[in-house]
Structure formats: structure tokens, C-alpha cells
Design a protein around this ligand. Structure first.
Ligand code: UD1
Ligand code: CA
Length: 502
């Protein structure tokens, strides 16, 4: 399956079913809101659906309705369209869900054509909110076949070794699709059939509309089955056909956390393969997890135990890992990020971060800058070529270009009530253990002495010293700590002949 084989499809509507409870997740969170590969399940389903550029994108909701609807509406920007939320009523079943979806469309656009009860005409695609690996490409193939064959219904099917639980595809002796029988309604002979209904279909809208008005709840589950539409459409003279996918993952739903994990691992495997084929080296795919929302340029390298999440982006020649988690973080050209946890950070071209570094949101590291071992940063904008090499904290700070921050420096940004800024200029040199009591400003080219506690602004070019001159109290230890190991060592040192000094 390649993109070039997919005709551009613009169906009248895609209806994504998401009303079910998903009780097997054993979760307070609605099933379709569970994340997989960096998006909710429903987020994946809607993204695949939106890729078809349907005139209307509909989500049918019921269980935890407000939570689910809010989540779906919040996806509008990513989807490039505002989904229509359709509420399913108390009548159960996939058929009723689709009917409610169509009704919501009529309500949203009362002037729509008059082809059927809801006025919809053209291709209507139905998918599920809990089938996260389904792609726009496969949906596009389904729609292309449906339209080129002028079908009334085209169902996406798969051949499964264990078809237990699924609706089975009934075919005539000539191979044409005669209908679908649900597992619970099937005879023993029908249960031997291993071609299953994925639950994903393309319908001619007017046919769907008319057929749904004839669907009853007269079955083993007392539900309005969407699957009944196939027999009804065929009886009315419509052509019913199937597209059979060999890629079973794409039609697999997640009903519990075991299936969710398996789908997540497969999604990750596919994501990594896509990136490797596009020019990223991934040393150890088994310990590398990349969200489907992450973007990577060619000639990037990812070392073991690396997690890239959200809107993270790696530029050309960046090397990330091992043991690194980047969330919503941008890494510049040729930068290296080693054993680092970062979120909401921007790392400049040829900059170096790590090892053991924690970059919090608002960290911006300039070109060729460095944030080294055991550093934490937050809301810190650090200019080109500046280095924070070891052991410190920079929060609510602005650091100029080519400045060197000594070991163990801290911006004391919090007075217990409010946060304050530290502003440090260009070409500044700060000695070890400088503490900046914010708000405070250090001018260009200034220096600080070791252990300085900088409470007042430092003018450009000044040396700030705040530590009192050193005074040695000779013999203090033997006087005040007699008999201690330190006192004994001191006494012993006194008896030793003096070392020549030159
Ligand atoms: C359905 C199909 C079955 C197919 C299987 C594939 C019917 C009658 N059966 O069975 O042929 O093999 O999917 O997984 O369609 N939903 C609603 N409202 C409802 C009921 C379901 O929105 O009233 C949604 C669910 O949230 C879910 C999807 O529809 O996303 C499928 O529901 P589910 O109960 O899993 O259908 P199955 O009985 O498994
Ligand atoms: Ca199911």
C-alpha cells in the first residue's frame, strides 16, 4: 500500500463511533481517551478520518459524554476541522449510533440535500474511535474502491486465525458479500468463517439512511446492528462489496490494557521504521519510543533508551541519547543531548546538553551553548556560546552570549512568595558557587568571586566580591577539639619537617 495508489477522497462525512463504555479498561478514564503513541485513541481515529478531508467529521458520544466531547473539540486545531458531536440516545447498537450521527448532521446543516431521511448523499465512512492504527491511506483505498465500483456498501474485512467475537462476512457462492452475522447470532457453521467485519465501512449516504430506518433490535443482543444495513441494501438492489486488508493491525481495536499495550508497541515499531527509512539512525528500536507526533530530519541519530514525545523535533545531525526523554522539545542542527530529561525546551544548533541534565519549560539554549551535568533550568534564555557546565540551577534567567557560569551557580529566583528574574550579560565570568539573589542584573564582561552572594546589580566589567577575607585562627583545632582525630592529625602534621617551598 502506497500513497500514490490512493485516489483523493472527499467523502460527504466520516462518522467515528465513540459512545461505548469500554468497561474492560477498568479505568475511570474513558477508553478512547487512553493515550497510545502520543495521542488519545480517539485522537488517532479522528486524525485518520480527517485525512480524507470529509465535508463533515462526526463523533458519536454517550459514555462520559462531556469529558469525551471536550477532548474531541480540543483536537479541532490539529484536525483542521471542528468535529460535529452527536449524542447517541438510550437505544443501543452501532446502527443507532450511526443514525444519531446522521441526525446530528441534519441538525447542523438543515439545508442539506433531500436524498434520504437525514438528507445526506454521497459517501459516508464509518469507523471506530478505538482502532488507533487505522491509516488515512487504508480508508482512502476503501473509499476509492467503493466509489469506483459504485457500491451501496463496501465493508473493510480481515482474515483472522481466531475470529471469535467478531461479526462474520457471509459470501455467496459467486464470492459476492451477502451480509454480516454477529458472533452471538451465528450458527456453528457460520462461526467457522474466518473473514471478519472490521466495523469500518463506506456507505452510499442515501442507502444508509433508508436502510437504518428499517433496522430493528430483533437479535441476540437487543441492539440496532449497523451490520444489518448490508442485507437491507442488497435486498433493495444495491451492490455490496468488501475490501480485505492483509494488515490486521489496522483494524484491531483495543478493548483492554493488554491489547492497548500490544497496539502501542506495534505503533511504535511502525513509527521507528518510518523514521529509519526517512534517514534517522536508531541504534536500539527495542528501547526507543517515539510518539507519532514527533518530527525528525534526516541524518539524526537516536541512542538507546530514548523517549521522544509530543511535538519534539530533531534537526539534521542531532544526536540524542542514551537514556533521554524529550517532551515538546526542539533540538538544533548537530546538537547533542545525552542522558537528559527535557520538556518545552529549545536547544540550539551545535549545542551540548547533558549528561544528567533537567531542562524544564522555557529553557532556550543558544547556538553552541552548553548545559552540563547536574544542571536544572527553567524559563532560562541562554545566549549563543554560553556555558553552564556543572552543578547548578538557572530559573527565570536571561544569560547573554559567550558567558561562562561557574560550577555550582544558583539563581535564587523565589523569595517564598514571588519569582524574580536574573539577567546576566555577555562575556560574563562567574566563579564557583555564585548565588544570584533575584531580581538582579550583572553587566557585560563582569566577574564574580567564588561563593559570591550577588544581591546588588553588578556593573559591566566589575568584579563582585561578597565573601569576607579569609582569617586563619592558628591552633584552633587542637585548642577547641582536643583529642579529636582532626586534632591528632594536626599535631602529627606539626611534628613533620617542613616541606621546602619555592
Ligand atoms: C461490532 C460489529 C462486528 C464487528 C466488530 C469489530 C455490529 C453490530 N457489530 O461488534 O460485526 O466485527 O464491531 O470490532 O456493528 N458503539 C457506539 N454505540 C453503541 C455501540 C457501539 O458508539 O451503541 C461504538 C463503540 O464505542 C465502539 C464501536 O461502536 O467504538 C464498536 O462497538 P462494539 O460494542 O465493540 O461492537 P462489537 O459488538 O464488538
Ligand atoms: Ca469491539
Amino acid at each position: 500500500m502506497t500513497e500514490s495508489t490512493v485516489a483523493p477522497a472527499t467523502p460527504a462525512a466520516v462518522i467515528v463511533l465513540a459512545a461505548g463504555a469500554g468497561t474492560r479498561m477498568k479505568s475511570k478514564t474513558p477508553k478512547i481517551l487512553h493515550p497510545i503513541g502520543g495521542r488519545s485513541m480517539i485522537g488517532h481515529a479522528l486524525t485518520a478520518a480527517a485525512g480524507l478531508n470529509p465535508r463533515e467529521l462526526v463523533a458519536v458520544v454517550r459514555h462520559q459524554r462531556d469529558l469525551v466531547a471536550d477532548h474531541i473539540l480540543a483536537l479541532a486545531e490539529i484536525l483542521g476541522t471542528v468535529p460535529v458531536i452527536a449524542d447517541q440516545d438510550e437505544v443501543p447498537g452501532t446502527g443507532r449510533a450511526v443514525q444519531c450521527g446522521l441526525e446530528a448532521l441534519t441538525a447542523a446543516a438543515p439545508d442539506a440535500g433531500q436524498a434520504g431521511a437525514s438528507g445526506i448523499s454521497g459517501t459516508v465512512v464509518v469507523t471506530y474511535g478505538d482502532v488507533p492504527l487505522l491509516t488515512t491511506e487504508l480508508l482512502g483505498e476503501l473509499v476509492a474502491t467503493h466509489e469506483s465500483e459504485s457500491n451501496a456498501v463496501t465493508v473493510l474485512t480481515a482474515l483472522l486465525e481466531d475470529p471469535t467475537g467478531y461479526g462474520r462476512i457471509l459470501r455467496d457462492t459467486d464470492g459476492s458479500v451477502a451480509g454480516i452475522v454477529e458472533h452471538k447470532d451465528a450458527t456453528d457453521a457460520q462461526r467457522q468463517i474466518n473473514e471478519v467485519n472490521s466495523g469500518i465501512y463506506a456507505f452510499e449516504g442515501a442507502v444508509l439512511d433508508t436502510a437504518l430506518s428499517q433496522v430493528t433490535t430483533d437479535n441476540a443482543q437487543g441492539e440496532m446492528y449497523l451490520t444489518d444495513v448490508l442485507q437491507i441494501a442488497r435486498a433493495a438492489g444495491g451492490r455490496v462489496a468488501a475490501v480485505t486488508t492483509t494488515d490486521q493491525w489496522q483494524v484491531e481495536g483495543a478493548n483492554d490494557r493488554v491489547q492497548l499495550q500490544a497496539l502501542g508497541a506495534e505503533m511504535n515499531r511502525r513509527t521507528l521504521q518510518r523514521h529509519m527509512r526517512a534517514g534517522t539512525s536508531i541504534q536500539d528500536p527495542s528501547t526507543t519510543w517515539i510518539d507519532s507526533t514527533v518530527t525528525l530530519e534526516p541524518d539524526t541519530t537516536i541512542l538507546p533508551n530514548t523517549h521522544l514525545q509530543g511535538t519534539t523535533h530533531l534537526s539534521e545531525d542531532a544526536v540524542v541519547g542514551p537514556d533521554t526523554t524529550l517532551v515538546d522539545t526542539t533540538v538544533g542542527i548537530g546538537a547533542t543531548v545525552t542522558r537528559t530529561q527535557a520538556s518545552g525546551a529549545v536547544i540550539g544548533d551545535r549545542a551540548a546538553v547533558g549528561p544528567f541534565t533537567y531542562l524544564r519549560p522555557g529553557t532556550v539554549l543558544g547556538e553552541q551553548g552548553k548545559i552540563g551535568a547536574f544542571y536544572e533550568t527553567k524559563n532560562a534564555v541562554i545566549g549563543r556560546g554560553s556555558k553552564l557546565s556543572h552543578l547548578g540551577y538557572a530559573g527565570d534567567a536571561e544569560i547573554g552570549e559567550y558567558t561562562n557560569i561557574g560550577c555550582g551557580n544558583i539563581t535564587a529566583n523565589y523569595d517564598g512568595v514571588n519569582k524574580h528574574r536574573t539577567v546576566i550579560g555577555n562575556h560574563v565570568r562567574t566563579s564557583s558557587n555564585t548565588v544570584f539573589i533575584a531580581p538582579v542584573t550583572v553587566g557585560d564582561g563582569a566577574y564574580t568571586g567564588a561563593g559570591a552572594v550577588v544581591r546588588k546589580d553588578v556593573p559591566a566589567g566589575a568584579l563582585a566580591l561578597t565573601v569576607a577575607p579569609q582569617r586563619n585562627s592558628e591552633g584552633w583545632v587542637e585548642d577547641r577539639r582536643p583529642g579529636s582525630p582532626a586534632a591528632e592529625a594536626a599535631a602529627e602534621a606539626r611534628t613533620r619537617p617542613a616541606q621546602p617551598t619555592d
